[in-house]
Design a protein around this ligand. Structure first.
Ligand SMILES: [Mg+2]
Length: 117
């Protein structure tokens, strides 16, 4: 699935919360804050899954992780992606733009050849 396909799906799923239906800066501010908090909260839930894996497997065996928890961890990562897509949309951006911004940052930070991608 491409980022755009996922974002289109999210837009349909959140049709009541599209920018067109948000009236005024206060509503947009609310939606931006709400989704940013959601993204942070879901990142915390993903970390919580790692904690459960540590509890089950023991600290030295964080990886390979207990495969019975893998789906839970990936589900929380998907929740982070959902809120990230919402934040990007509200800011008039996209997951693809976020990926490109991050790519440029990594190239600069690690002095990489940007033709790697
Ligand atoms: Mg979650």
């Amino acid at each position: 699935m491409e980022f755009k396909q996922y974002e289109d799906f999210i837009s349909k799923a959140c049709a009541d919360y599209t920018l067109e239906n948000m009236n005024g800066d206060d509503n947009i501010s609310f939606e931006l804050l709400y989704n940013a908090i959601g993204m942070s909260g879901e990142a915390g839930e993903a970390l919580e899954e790692m904690k459960k894996n540590i509890r089950i497997s023991g600290v030295p065996k964080l990886y390979p992780m207990d495969l019975s928890r893998k789906d839970n961890y990936l589900e929380e990562c998907g929740d982070v992606l959902f809120y990230m897509a919402r934040v990007a949309h509200i800011l008039g951006s996209s997951l693809e733009e976020i990926a490109k911004i991050n790519q440029r940052k990594l190239v600069r930070k690690h002095d990489l050849d940007d033709e790697l991608w």
